[in-house]
Design a protein around this ligand. Structure first.
Ligand code: NAP
Length: 360
């Protein structure tokens, strides 16, 4: 029976506290200590009891939270990892449906998968834990430093763009030079996921906009400038966009905002729903909205999580952006907290893009 200090909740009731827990049945051939764990919208949703799909592991009356992490290998019985290696553990673990059995638990077809720190599996916000080597991704780029903790949020973005590529093949989605130049993408929200989406959107060649319904801080504005992303404060620019949108990615989970921009979608437009907020106010979808979606062949796709391959590709993008934009890229981590601090689960620090807990 191992005893750790950990951030725990009794899911899905809400509230997160830092205390000692005993975890008896964990097997794995690699012992890990977290270096950094990130706090994301999902962790805050769990902390305020807004995510009814979260649940405790079988046999436990608590769930260790945390699914974004970068860890150091302390001991290893694996041929692939040695003490000192820096790794990222995979969040979602397969059940036995066909998608899970081919390494795509992100596309699980019966819901019998588990997610560390979210659904039925203890997460990574604890002093140490054991893992199986096949659930770990090694960070080989030593220059990446703390940005390695963004691998987990970035892998979601890589997967969603895979979805975009697939659905865009049903017509000619590119321009007549076969690029995305001149195409418009809007990413709703200005959190970490939204920024990562916007960077990849720029890489794909879209004219890229990111929006919120209030101003954003100087760090975020600097990041927009450096990466070539345009910020829209929707409270001041109600007529945006002047041109129809080819790609809409929502990280807010707000139905009213999604619908507002859905009404501005271009022919063959693609909408990715990514953000979740079960407590957001409802809104009305009208017959005219359905006409618009049908007559323009608009695809609306949900996208959740990602597979091991997307973690690996995520590291490549992060390394590239770190090489290109160095100092600015590092400012995406806007605040560091110490183990034991819990306010960050309930209150977003001003100007936050990504808050992390620094364990060592
Ligand atoms: P986050 O930092 O909370 O980002 C959400 C962003 O949406 C914030 O910038 C928030 O602005 C903004 N927002 C909220 N309502 C809005 C509205 N009506 N109009 C415009 N912007 C609005 O969270 P995150 O970590 O980046 O994650 C984004 C979302 O994705 C969360 O809902 C999270 O639960 C979800 N998520 C989904 C997956 C998946 O696999 N699908 C994976 C991870 C996370 P404020 O600054 O005003 O709060």
């Amino acid at each position: 029976m191992a005893e750790y200090r950990a951030y725990v909740t009794d899911a899905p009731g809400g509230n997160v506290e830092y205390r000692s827990v005993q975890i008896s049945d964990e097997n794995g051939n690699v012992m890990l200590k977290p270096l950094l764990t990130g706090i994301c919208g999902t962790d805050r949703g769990i902390a305020r009891g807004a995510l009814p799909f979260a649940y405790n592991p079988s046999g436990y009356n608590f769930l260790v939270v945390g699914h974004e992490s970068m860890c150091k290998v302390i001991e290893s019985k694996s041929d692939y990892f040695k003490p000192g290696d820096i790794v990222v553990p995979i969040v979602r673990r397969p059940g036995d449906c066909p998608n899970c059995l081919i390494g795509r638990p992100d596309n699980c077809s019966d819901g019998n998968k588990h997610e560390a720190g979210i659904t039925g599996l203890h997460g990574f916000m604890r002093e140490m834990f054991m893992e199986q080597d096949f659930n770990l991704i090694k960070i080989k780029d030593k220059e990446l430093g703390d940005l390695g903790v963004l691998t987990e949020p970035m892998k979601n973005v890589v997967k969603a763009f895979e979805v975009i590529e697939r659905v865009s093949t049903r017509s000619i989605y590119q321009n007549n030079l076969s690029t995305m130049e001149g195409k418009t993408a809007l990413i709703v929200g200005t959190g970490c996921e939204a920024f990562l989406y916007s960077f990849l959107s720029v890489d794909y060649g879209f004219d890229t906009f990111i929006s919120n319904r209030h101003p954003i801080g100087q760090t975020s504005l600097n990041m927009c400038k450096q990466f070539g992303v345009n910020f829209i404060d929707s409270s001041k620019e109600p007529d945006f966009p002047q041109k129809p949108l080819d790609l809409l990615i929502d990280t807010s989970g707000d139905p009213g905002t999604v619908l507002r921009y859905l009404r501005k979608m271009n022919y063959n437009g693609i909408v990715i729903l990514f953000g979740t907020n079960g407590k957001a106010p409802s809104t009305e979808l009208t017959g005219e909205d359905i006409d618009h979606i049908v007559e323009r062949n608009i695809t609306i796709a949900g996208s959740v999580d990602a597979a091991k391959i997307h973690y690996m590709k995520a590291l490549d993008y992060l390394s590239k952006w770190n090489r290109m934009h160095g100092d600015i890229m590092k400012t995406i981590i806007t605040a560091y907290f110490s183990p034991g601090e819990t306010d960050v689960f309930t209150k977003k620090p001003d100007g936050e893009i990504k808050s992390v807990i620094k364990w060592q």
